[in-house]
Design a protein around this ligand. Structure first.
Ligand SMILES: Nc1ncnc2c1ncn2[C@@H]1O[C@H](COP(=O)(O)OP(=O)(O)OP(=O)(O)O)[C@@H](O)[C@H]1O
Length: 313
C-alpha cells in the first residue's frame, strides 16, 4: 500500500521529498486489497474464534493453499462504532489512523524481535481489515506465575524487558501491557510474545534507534505525530514492575486490595528465599507499592532495568 497514489510519470526529473511522497515514490507496505470480503477465502480460510477485543475479533486461520500452517487473524471493522471513546474514537479517521499506526509500528518501526508478535500479512477489504500474525497459544502470563522459579522467572522477565527495550528504543510506547497481551509460544511456557499494539503510541523524539532508516515524516503527517495525552514510557515500566512482583510472588496479584501493605507481605509476598536479593533489589526499583517507588517519575528507564545485575548475571 502506498500512502500517496501510484505514479509512473517520474520522467527521471528531480523531485523534492514532498513530491516524491505524493507521487507514490514513498515507502510501501505489503497490503493485499480485496474487492469484496468474499475474496478473503482465496487467501485465507477462517477457523475458530480465539479472542474478542474492543476493536474486533481474532480467529485461527490458514493460507488457502496450505492447511498445515496456522496464523492468528485479527479482523477489524474499519469503522467501529463500539470502540470506546476513551481510546480516541472521535470518528472514522481516528479509528483508521489507529489501525494504520498499529501496522506501521509492527512492520516498519520495530525490527523483528523474538518476543514481539510478528505480522505475516495484512489485507484490506471494503469493510474489514485483516492482520495475520504468528499464532501463539492461549497461555498468558497469568498461567505462568505459578510455574515461575529462579530460572524460569528470570528467563521470562528478561524476555519481557528485552522486548520492551526494543520497543522504547524505537520510539514506541506499548501502553496496554497486561497479562492477556503476553502470550506463550507453546505449552512449555519458555518463550513469550507481546501482542496487541492497538493502543500504542509512536513519537520520533522518543527514539534512540531507527529500524531500516524509518522516516517518520514519510509515514505520518505532522499532526499525526502530535504526542497524544497519556502514553509514556513510565506507564509501560510500571506494568513491567507489576509483572515482576507477580513472578516473584508466584501468583496473580491484584492491583488494588484492602490492607495492601499487609497482604503484600503475606498472601502476595515475593519469595526472596527463591529469587535472591538482586531480584528483590529490582523489585524495589520498579515494583508496585509497598516495594517500589512512590512516584511514577522515580521509575528507571528500560535501559537501566536491562542492565540490572539480576538480569545480566
Ligand atoms: N497471535 C496470537 N496468537 C494467539 N491468540 C491471539 C493472538 N493475537 C490475539 N490473540 C487472541 O485474541 C485476543 C484479542 O486480541 P488482541 O488483544 O490483539 O485484540 P484487540 O481487539 O486489540 O483486543 P483488546 O480489546 O483486548 O485490546 C487475545 O487476547 C488473544 O486471546
Amino acid at each position: 500500500m502506498k500512502r500517496g497514489h501510484n505514479s509512473d510519470d517520474a520522467e527521471g526529473g528531480r523531485e523534492d521529498e514532498e513530491e516524491k511522497r505524493t507521487k507514490g515514490d514513498g515507502p510501501s507496505l505489503n497490503v493485499k486489497i480485496l474487492n469484496s470480503e468474499e475474496e478473503m477465502s482465496n487467501h485465507y480460510k477462517q477457523l475458530d474464534l480465539i479472542g474478542e477485543g474492543c476493536f474486533g475479533q481474532t480467529f485461527i486461520a490458514h493460507p488457502a493453499n496450505n492447511p498445515r500452517i496456522r496464523f492468528a487473524m485479527k479482523v477489524q471493522t474499519k469503522e467501529n462504532p463500539y470502540a470506546p471513546a476513551a481510546f480516541g474514537n472521535d470518528g472514522a479517521y481516528a479509528d483508521v489512523l489507529r489501525l494504520y499506526r498499529e501496522i506501521v509500528i509492527l512492520t516498519k518501526i520495530l525490527p523483528r524481535h523474538r518476543n514481539i508478535i510478528q505480522v505475516k500479512d495484512t489485507l484490506i477489504g471494503p469493510d474489514n481489515l485483516y492482520i495475520l500474525t504468528e499464532l501463539c497459544t492461549q497461555y498468558t502470563l497469568e498461567d505462568f506465575f505459578p510455574k515461575a522459579d529462579a530460572v524460569t522467572g528470570k528467563r521470562i522477565f528478561r524476555q519481557l524487558a528485552d522486548a520492551l527495550l526494543c520497543i522504547h528504543q524505537h520510539g514506541v510506547v506499548h501502553w496496554d501491557l497486561n497479562l492477556f497481551n503476553i502470550l506463550f509460544v507453546d505449552e512449555n511456557l519458555e518463550e513469550c510474545k507481546i501482542i496487541d499494539f492497538g493502543l500504542s503510541a509512536y513519537h520520533p523524539s522518543w527514539a534512540t534507534k531507527t529500524n531500516n532508516n524509518f522516516d517518520p515524516r514519510a509515514w505520518f503527517r505532522e499532526e499525526e505525530l502530535d504526542l497524544p495525552m497519556g502514553p509514556n514510557k513510565s506507564g509501560d515500566i510500571k506494568c513491567l514492575g507489576y509483572f515482576l512482583h507477580c513472578i516473584l510472588a508466584g501468583k496473580f496479584c491484584p492491583v488494588m486490595i484492602a490492607n495492601m501493605d499487609v497482604e503484600m507481605t503475606t498472601t502476595y509476598r515475593p519469595r526472596s528465599e527463591l529469587f535472591g536479593q538482586e531480584a528483590m533489589n529490582l523489585l524495589k526499583m520498579i515494583g508496585p507499592r509497598p516495594f517500589g517507588p512512590e512516584r511514577v517519575e522515580e521509575l528507571p528507564p528500560i535501559e537501566t532495568i536491562c542492565q540490572h545485575p539480576w538480569l545480566t548475571r
